[in-house]
Design a binder for this molecule. Sequence first.
Ligand code: ATP
Ligand code: MG
Length: 650
Amino acid sequence: MSSHHTYEHKTYPVKAEIAQNAHINNEQYLALYQQSIEHPETFWAEQAETILDWQKPWEKVMDYDYTQGKISWFEGGKLNVSVNCLDRHLATRGEQMALLWEGDDPAQDKKMTYRELYQEVCQFANVLKAQGVKKGDRVCIYLPMIIEAAAIILACTRIGAVHSIVFGGFSAEALKDRINDSDCKLVVCADEGYRGGKIIPIKATVDKAIASCPCVQSVIVIKNTANPVAWNAERDVWYQQAMAEAAITCEPEWMDAEEPLFILYTSGSTGKPKGLLHTTGGYLLYAAMTHKYIFDYQDGEIYWCTADIGWITGHTYMIYGPLCNGATTLLFEGVPTYPDASRFWQVVDKHKVNIMYTAPTALRALMAQGDQYLENTDRSSLRVLGSVGEPINPEAWEWYYQQVGKENCPIVDTWWQTETGGILITPLPGATELKPSSATRPFFGVKPAILSNEGQVIDDGSEGVLVLERPWPGQARSIYGDHQRFIDTYFKSYPGYYFTGDGARCDERGYYWITGRVDDVINVSGHRMGTAEVESALDEHPLIAESAVVGYPHDIKGQGIYAFVTLHIGIEGNDALRKELVDLVRADIGPIASPDLIQWAQQLPKTRSGKIMRRILRKVAANEIDSLGDTSTLADPEVVEDIIKNRLNK
Ligand code: ATP
Ligand code: MG
């Protein structure tokens, strides 16, 4: 929409002390970006040689045909992911910590050096082999955030097995669908997990799911809580027992760069989950390179990504990128609000975290609890902060910057998707002047464009559809078992481009502003607008914790704007507050964007990864409550019942 928001004029210059020692400063960014676009093959070949160890060089850097959904990088080259993440570090960093682990219970923590992790990976790779898992077989990983997760993931890569990690909070039904969709031969799980002070059943859920999964031959179970669980001796194997018997070396399987690495189902904000397939060489290169440059990771630093291994962020920026770079990466089992809302900051202080990467949903939840939770922590180890998952509203951005980082830490607002494998649009800490709520500029080799619905290039700064002009190494190669769906979803609507499904605009200095999902766009009297800017305006109000806006049928305007608003803890909504909110949006964006209906909501419906599910709110707003669609990925169904009960359009 418009460009007269007050926050848009705010800029935060690059900090000299960060730019000085950063991997990339602004001149370097500009020069390298230009090279990456003008001579992509040279650029990527150089990066691939520097960043990864190859057993055999590739024959062709890149090849693609978007009409067929065909993308390949470094074809003919051979490498092994676990060798790049472990073996090659042993000589120089064998005794350095690879993993730090912080339990749900603040009294629990663990550590593992590169050498220890290497040994555990080799052992578990031998366990997998003993269970009959071969190169190309699919292994489902359904785990809480325990330290063993990293070794299990890398053990799959050691023998060329393809992992499919399913978030440990998904139901038996959702797990069953995912196991069957990718025909997994084996499941790795735990007896139970801990989360927010509660015990989460894991093995019991697996038992229920695989009752209808004929493909599963065995289940490896990690003893975690050690409470008794049901046991099927024909099928179930204790991890600890199998490991004790396993040899401690395992020759790596050399994989072609284009052979599959993993399958991951998207989080399901918009509908039926898709099993995105990522391959070996390009993905690992892109993961490592983006992790190094975007977080400006420096040797010896402690890096913490708060995501769960079940999401792409947990894959790329908790495991593969950091370990490939020889970093120390922290895994956190718990939640931001347990034992209380100071937990994140306690963890930062305890482990002296230098780089922290989290999601707007967590930041907004913590903000709503009040600043007193920051007070007893110092957070002076922090150097760089990151955000991912949804557009970050300026209010949350400022809080992260001012309160959490005490104005010392650049924020990288990273835009990307499960499909993209790694970050595509983002600031670089030593190079990019920041604007709250803008993901700023494309990463190396990434060429975005904004198109109209008709496919015309938009270059006047107005809002349109975000597409990408050419492949990058981390891009997904297919949807597992349904390549046609891959073509139809991403390459049909705008021929010659990869379609992201997100809306965006690009301002006069080339900064990108993600405006929300295209499916969520609202059309009021012919004016199209994304959800992010209206929500950001509402969120500016000091009593508002979070909001979601959707369009609903309106006799005169075509669509009206329906806002669902969550207030800070302890605040009650009333008509005076409604009016203040309408005035705020009018002043900020214009009368066209002012909400017609405002409903107070205890909570907003979210996916298990914490993203607002506007498609469900759209149904509620239209009073179509009998056809909510697929709700299997919803975190908490009760939230929806509450919203339906209090709906304003009946
Ligand atoms: P599904 O595709 O199944 O509906 P999903 O899109 O939520 O699920 P992900 O791949 O985890 O699954 O999320 C990617 C989406 O998250 C992006 O397309 C975008 O809408 C949003 N997103 C991620 N990071 C950012 C960001 N920094 N700014 C704005 N939006 C973001
Ligand atoms: Mg998506």
